[in-house]
Each structure stands twice: as C-alpha cells, then as structure tokens.
Design a protein around this ligand. Structure first.
Ligand code: NAD
Ligand code: AHE
Ligand code: ZN
Ligand code: ZN
Length: 370
C-alpha cells in the first residue's frame, strides 16, 4: 500500500478536493501506474455534474492520462516496471465476444465492474482512512497513482511526450477515430462538425487526414473558429446568427446536405440537426457527444427512410492496445497534431480551475502535470 495525492469528487456539483488517498497494491492482472500527465475532458465534467447515470461518488475522476508502470500484480505478462502506458476506458482483452467480433472496439471484459467504479474483482484499490473511494472509467487519472487492469493499458513509445500523448487517452483519438473508423470518410467528402472542443477539433483533423473537400465548423462560441481553421475547417457557422434551423442553413450551403456530420456536444437537439443536415440518400451522422440521464433523441423516421444514417462512436472505434501505439507514432512523425490542443497546463492542486476554463469555453484542453 502507498499513499498519494488525488483529486476526489465527493458528490455531484461539488468542487474536487485534493486528498491523501491510500492506494492498495495491484492484484492479479492489475498494474500500478504513476501518472505523469492527464487531460480534463468534458465527460469528467458531465459525470461531476450528476448527469451521468453511471456517476458514483466519492470517486477519483479522470480518464485521459499517461503514466509509467510502477508495479505489476501476479500474472501480468505484457507490461513491466518502467513501461510508458496510456490507460484505456475501453479495454481490449482480445478474447471476449466483442473483441473477437471484428465489428466493435467495445470490449466487455471489465465493463460491468468498471461502470460500478470497481476493479474486476468487485473491490476498490482506493481508500481514505480505510473507507473505499470509487474508481472512474477504469482509469482514475486525477491521482498521482492509479491501479488499472492490464487489459486497460496501451504500451506506447517511451520517447513520446506524456504531456501531449495523454490526450490520445480520449479526446484526440475519439475525434480522429470517429472520422476514420466509424464514418470512414472518403476523399472529397463534405463534412459538418458540431461543437469545436477537443473532440470536434479532432474530427476536423481527422476529416483533413481523410481528404475531405469541405469541412464546416459549427459552434456558438466564435473564438473556436481560428483553431478550427488551423486544423483544416473551410467554413464557419454560428447557429445563433440565423433565424432558421441550422440544418436548413447547412443544407442550403451544400446543395442538399453534407456526406457526414459529427455531433461533439452532447445536446440532443443538436443531434437532430446534425442528422437532418445530412444529404438525402446517403448522408451519415455520427453521435459522439454524451447526453444527460433521461434525455432522448428524436427525428421523423422519414429522415432514415430516405437514406440518412444515424450512428454512434465510443473512443473513435479504436481498439486501444492494438491501435493506440500507432497513434503515438503518428504524433511523433507529425502526421497527427496534438500540441495546439494543450491550451493550458497546471498542477493537480488547481484542477478546479481546469473545469472552470472548460465551462467558460476558454480552453480546449487543460493538461495536469504531476
Ligand atoms: P468541450 O466542452 O471542450 O466542447 C464542446 C463545444 O461545443 C464547445 O466549443 C461549445 O462552445 C460547443 N457548443 C455547446 N453548445 C453548443 C450548441 N448548442 N451549438 C453549437 N456548439 C455548441 O467538450 P469536449 O471535451 O470536446 O467533448 C464534447 C462531447 O463529447 C461531450 O459531450 C463529451 O462528453 C463527449 N465525448 C464523447 C466521447 C465518446 O467516446 N463518445 C469521448 C470524449 C468526449
Ligand atoms: N456512463 C454514461 C455514458 C458515458 C459515455 O457514453 N461514455 C463514452 C466515453 S466518453 C469519454 O469521454 C463511452 O465510451 N461509452 C461507451 C461505454 O462503454 O461506456 C451513461 O449514459 O451511462
Ligand atoms: Zn473523454
Ligand atoms: Zn474483450
């Protein structure tokens, strides 16, 4: 057992509190990771708000980290002390029905216990004065040390800058993967991206990599347009500047609608607009944003009857252990850009400021360095 600093979410809507937590040794099939850096994703704020049906407190949030293996539990063979790793909220066991299907990245090997804030044996490795604290998304990266299942860790190049590649643990991979794996955007396609945070800008980067001919960037906050342009957006739309539904505006701009759209906000009304701005006969809309408990999407079924397709994407359809090392190499070779996403850096003690910056629309990603 060791003791370290962690930011603890004690309850919905409360600021995180820096606490000294006890971290138990990794058990069989588990790994102790010393966190080096972590991003703060909107999903952390979503869960902290109390809107997440799986939200559970007290917990150590954070799921966009990078760190170094400090110790391994019994039977761990694929990782050793000193390896550089990215924790995965979507594990990859390679053996479950989902992994073997070849149709999805949604490994279910540890998903049930992960959703309950526990390790696969049904217990927590975190405590304060002996009272258990829950894990989060199998990662809990807002802690100097975390215990993570072996199958939830991608081993990556040790030369890669941890304060950048931590964003491959969620935001950057999610956006690029949704474009390349889920939508399979082809060269010359037209694309609309709703919401220009870390996820939306990553979709734009993915669309540029795919060779899209037109990339329409949509946000209420026009300060996001400059970075969208840097990542390859060709058109910029602020829905509040129009007195008609934004789907109509996009359809008019694109001679009948876009080939692909991506919802990167978590707003069910925008999800509808994103579907309905797609071209009749073939347009596909990908839902990435996470909506609060009880919310539902709707549209006229005729939208689907006439050929539009609604899909969703989790972690960009990426199989973490197999594919994430390649994303890290692509970052190192300059194919994937990450540096501009890191608009702010701070210490764990200031983590509530990172949430504040996100809510104010002032940051793309704040990276916490330990
Ligand atoms: P973010 O807060 O950084 O960005 C959201 C952007 O949406 C902001 O720029 C904001 O101005 C804009 N926006 C808000 N309301 C809008 C509206 N009505 N119309 C147009 N723009 C609007 O968030 P993020 O970290 O980029 O995450 C985006 C969403 O993706 C969140 O819901 C998050 O939970 C989700 N997410 C999903 C996955 C997944 O695997 N499916 C992974 C990561 C994040
Ligand atoms: N727990 C929520 C849903 C949250 C959600 O959709 N999470 C995304 C990742 S967001 C990362 O920033 C995801 O991958 N979902 C697939 C999964 O297995 O959780 C709820 O509604 O219950
Ligand atoms: Zn995330
Ligand atoms: Zn699996």
């Amino acid at each position: 057992m060791l003791k370290c600093k962690a930011a603890v979410a004690w309850g919905p809507g409360q600021p995180l509190k820096i606490e000294e937590v006890e971290v138990q040794d990794p058990q069989a099939g588990e790994v102790l990771v010393r966190m080096v850096a972590t991003g703060v994703c909107h999903t952390d704020a979503f869960t902290l708000s109390g809107e997440d049906p799986e939200g559970i407190f007290p917990a150590i949030l954070g799921h966009e980290g990078a760190g170094i293996v400090e110790a391994v539990g019994e039977g761990v063979t694929s990782l050793k002390v000193g390896d550089h790793v990215i924790p995965l909220y979507t594990a990859e066991c390679g053996e479950c029905k989902f992994c073997k299907s070849g149709k999805t990245n949604l490994c279910q090997a540890v998903r049930a216990t992960q959703g309950k804030g526990l390790m696969p044996d049904g217990t927590s490795r975190f405590s304060i004065n002996g009272e258990p604290i829950f894990h989060y998304m199998g990662c809990s990266t807002f802690s100097e040390y975390s215990v993570v299942p072996e199958i939830s860790l991608a081993k990556v190049n040790e030369e890669a800058a941890m304060d950048k590649i931590c964003l491959l643990g969620c935001g950057v991979t999610t956006g690029i993967g949704a474009v390349l794996n889920t939508a399979k955007v082809e060269e010359g396609a037209t694309v609309a991206v709703f919401g220009l945070g870390g996820i939306g800008l990553s979709c734009i980067q993915g669309a540029r990599l795919a060779g899209a001919s037109r990339i329409i960037a949509i946000d209420l906050n026009e300060s996001k347009f400059e970075m969208a342009e840097q990542f390859g957006a060709t058109d910029f739309v602020n829905p509040s500047k129009f007195d008609k539904p934004i789907q109509e505006v996009i359809v008019e701009m694109t001679d009948g609608g876009v080939d692909y759209s991506f919802e990167c906000i978590g707003n069910v009304n925008v999800m509808r607009a994103a579907l309905e701005c797609c071209h009749k006969g073939w347009g596909e809309s990908i839902i990435i944003g996470v909506a609060g408990a009880g919310q539902e999407i709707s549209t006229r079924p005729f939208q689907l009857v006439t050929g539009r397709v609604w899909r969703g994407s989790a972690f960009g359809g990426v199989k973490g252990r197999t594919e994430l090392p390649g994303y890290v190499e692509d970052y190192m070779s300059g194919k994937i850009e990450i540096d501009p996403f890191v608009t702010h850096k701070m210490k764990l003690e200031d983590i509530n400021e990172a949430f504040h910056l996100m809510h104010e629309g002032e940051s793309i990603r704040t990276v916490i360095e330990f």
